[in-house]
Design a protein around this ligand. Structure first.
Ligand code: VTB
Length: 327
């Protein structure tokens, strides 16, 4: 994959973030998602690549744009798998909360797990604890190992968990062990990556979230030298079948980072919509000026770029702007 792609794709997440940001706090999650999806889809057209969506907005009959199997790019250039979440955290944007991002991952053809839209159990730790823990270990043991690796007292270990009743038991165990819980409401891509970034204070990410989101985060976690293990959680025979159809003999097999994103030719890009652990949100500065905060990483070289951009909205095409509500 050409390295130029890494910089090209930031335009795509920037466009999606700017489009979505105009829906922050309006209580309309579908409109926010549509705006991000349209902007992301349009920006992809200008990129020299021959991409296929492997994780997208749904199957062909469910999504008009960025559906699984859709071909993107000019058709010239590298053949790549594309995983997108134009607006990771639609509820967050509707409510004006923190942690929403526009995000994508790109890998050489055949390298990203084609995870169906179902639940996945996940464990993420940062570079110092990479290779030392397993999703099959009890959480108490994981906390001990990570505390030692990160040179922290157990009392200072922070475990990030999505606030859902399905996590009540693990939350209780983390607290009984003496460690701390950091709850987030939505958006486990950003929250899981935070466990691999210095200075977020988060040592461990765990819990059950979306499988497509898991694959997208895995690309970033790989670039950052962190570790991730996962297990699909099929809830009915139909979901079991989908796992098997995707090539997993045992739908509940333990998936390592390399099963989620094979090899090291992957790129991850995200732009903040609302502020979170990893990125600031889109800022409207007045005078038609908008600032975005993005991160882009390449697995091959482990380069992590942070890109702040100032955009003049009067120079942007219509798909960046919200036309339906009068300003
Ligand atoms: C998960 C998580 C996402 O939605 O899919 C979650 O991976 C859905 O969880 O990041 P519930 O079914 O409990 O609502 C997100 O938080 C946002 O899309």
């Amino acid at each position: 994959m050409e390295r130029e792609l890494a910089l090209e794709v930031v335009r795509v997440t920037e466009a999606a973030a700017i489009a979505a940001s105009q829906w922050i706090g309006r209580g309309l999650k579908n409109e926010a998602d549509d705006a991000a999806t349209t902007a992301m889809r349009k920006m992809f057209d200008s990129i020299s690549m021959s991409g296929t969506v492997v994780i997208g907005e749904g199957e062909l009959d469910e999504a008009p744009m960025l559906y699984i199997g859709e071909e993107l790019g000019t058709g010239q250039g590298p053949k790549v798998d594309i995983a997108v979440d134009p607006l990771e955290g639609t509820n967050i944007v509707a409510k004006g909360h923190n942690n929403a991002i526009a995000v994508l991952a790109i890998g050489d053809e055949g390298t990203l797990l084609h995870a169906p839209d179902m639940y996945m159990e996940k464990l993420v730790v940062g570079p110092k604890a990479a290779g030392k823990v397993s999703l099959d270990d009890p959480i108490e043991k994981i906390i001990d190992i990570v505390a030692e690796a990160n040179k922290k007292r157990i009392a200072d270990v922070i475990v990030s968990i999505q606030e859902r009743p399905r996590h009540d038991d693990i939350v209780r165990r983390v607290r009984e062990k003496g460690a701390r819980v950091h709850f987030f409401t939505d958006g486990d891509v950003g929250s899981s990556i935070a466990a691999c970034l210095p200075k977020t204070g988060i040592d461990i990410f765990t819990g059950i979230g979306g499988a497509p989101e898991g694959v997208i985060s895995a690309a970033a976690i790989k670039c950052l030298g962190g570790d991730m293990q996962a297990r699909l959680v099929p809830m009915n025979p139909e979901e079991e079948e989908r796992c098997i159809a995707m090539g997993l003999e045992n739908p509940r097999q333990l998936l390592h980072l390399n099963d989620l994103v094979r090899g090291d030719d992957a790129i991850f890009a995200a732009t903040g919509v609302t502020s979170g652990d990893m990125l600031n949100g889109v800022l409207f500065l007045g005078d038609d000026l908008v600032e975005t905060d993005s991160i882009v990483m390449r697995c091959k070289t482990k380069t992590v770029r942070r890109i702040k951009a100032e955009h003049r909205m009067d120079y942007k095409p219509d798909f960046y702007k919200m036309n339906t509500i009068d300003s």
